[in-house]
Write a protein that binds this ligand. Structure first.
Ligand code: UDP
Ligand code: MG
Length: 343
């Protein structure tokens, strides 16, 4: 029997196709930047980006996502938009958090390649031509890897530990020390957009979708101005969401924990019997008993907490609320006819 020579196309790989060309055509590159109270950085960020992107002589778009800022950020980017035809401005209806803002920008970006970077100049705009050149040489994802960070020793150690634990236990091989700063090809972006998850850990999802990925090493600068917008608890939340979304290992840990404490209990019971029957000197006293109960009790609570994190994610996903809500969308004027915003 003759075999069908056509490549197999199934529902599983239908995510690889690029979305149709928008009516206004695509810029070669979109640069997506989430902004939350970044008034001190916007002017410099915009002028450095303009210099770097202008020198490339290609159609480009900058997508500023205002994540519910309470300072002058919204007014500043609206003013810039009046003078810069390359600037797309997305105002979210309130603060949804960094990852949600990045997703909002990725969803609105029209470029054939989409770059994601922070708005505090920790990710240098001057790296964009290198990301672009690597993409043009055939890579679908170019993720930036931090050679070193200019941050305090505690934060450095926490990041170092987090990326290594995540890499060790996650179901994907999430590259070490790579954050959200990256360039993605249009088909990667379209595939990302089709993933139905609401709690979106971008760097994990980016690894999940696959395609040809490579790293680009760079020196991560210190924040140019202003204070970090991630509170300590928000960073812990991001880390826990990342671990829980991309690994079921902590659940297995609960089982191992149970087996370990069960075996310890058996050894203890054996010892009590031995001491009572052979040595005629059975252990007495409530202090040791209380210590054992407390140990088992805290182990159980830790296990409940781990299971609780997974239930939280199921709960959030099952509600099906949007990751973000757009308050206002102002497309770049250099792109003649743009589609309505889609969230
Ligand atoms: N950011 C945001 N929403 C938030 C918190 C942060 O859009 O709720 C933006 C922030 O303006 C910056 C980027 O996310 O452009 C990274 O934030 P930050 O520099 O505080 O993070 P860190 O560098 O400390 O990880
Ligand atoms: Mg920063």
């Amino acid at each position: 029997m003759e075999r069908d020579s056509k490549p197999m196309t199934t529902a599983l790989n239908s995510g690889n196709s690029a979305s149709p060309e928008p009516p206004g055509g695509r810029p070669e590159i979109s640069v997506v930047i989430p902004l939350y109270n970044e008034q001190e950085n916007i002017q410099e960020l915009h002028s450095r980006l303009g210099k770097v992107l202008g020198a490339l002589h290609i159609p480009y778009e900058i997508v500023f996502v205002n994540d519910g800022s309470r300072d002058q950020t919204p007014a500043l980017i609206d003013d810039l938009q009046a003078t810069d035809p390359h600037l797309t401005v997305v105002h979210l209806s309130r603060n949804f958090g960094h990852q949600a803002a990045v997703n909002a920008g990725i969803d609105q970006a029209l470029g054939r390649a989409v770059v994601v970077m922070d708005g505090d100049l920790q990710d240098p705009p001057e790296a964009i031509p290198h990301l672009l050149a690597t993409w043009r040489s055939g890579w679908d994802v170019v993720y930036a890897v931090r050679k070193n960070r200019k941050e305090g020793p505690f934060k450095k150690l926490a990041y170092f530990g987090f990326y290594r634990i995540l890499n060790a236990i996650s179901d994907q091989n999430i590259p070490l020390d790579s954050g959200d700063f990256c360039l993605m090809d249009r088909r990667v972006v379209d595939t990302l957009k089709r993933l139905p998850e609401r709690v979106r850990f971008v760097r994990g999802l980016r690894t999940f979708v696959g395609f040809r990925q490579t790293g680009y090493s760079y020196d991560r600068e210190a924040r140019a101005a202003g204070s970090p917008k991630y509170s300590f608890s928000a960073l812990v939340r991001l880390a826990v969401d990342g671990l829980v979304s991309f690994s079921s290992y902590p659940l297995r840990l609960v089982t191992y924990f149970g087996i370990f404490t069960g075996m310890a209990a058996l050894v203890l019971i054996g010892w009590v019997f031995y001491a009572t029957i052979v040595g005629h000197n059975g252990p007495r006293g409530w202090a040791s008993l209380a210590a054992i109960i407390l140990t088992i009790g805290s182990a159980q609570l830790i296990c409940l907490g781990i299971i609780g994190e997974y239930i939280r994610l199921i709960f959030l996903e099952s509600k099906g609320r949007p990751t973000y809500i757009i308050g206002q969308y102002r497309p770049a004027r250099s792109l003649p006819k743009n589609p309505e915003p889609h969230s």
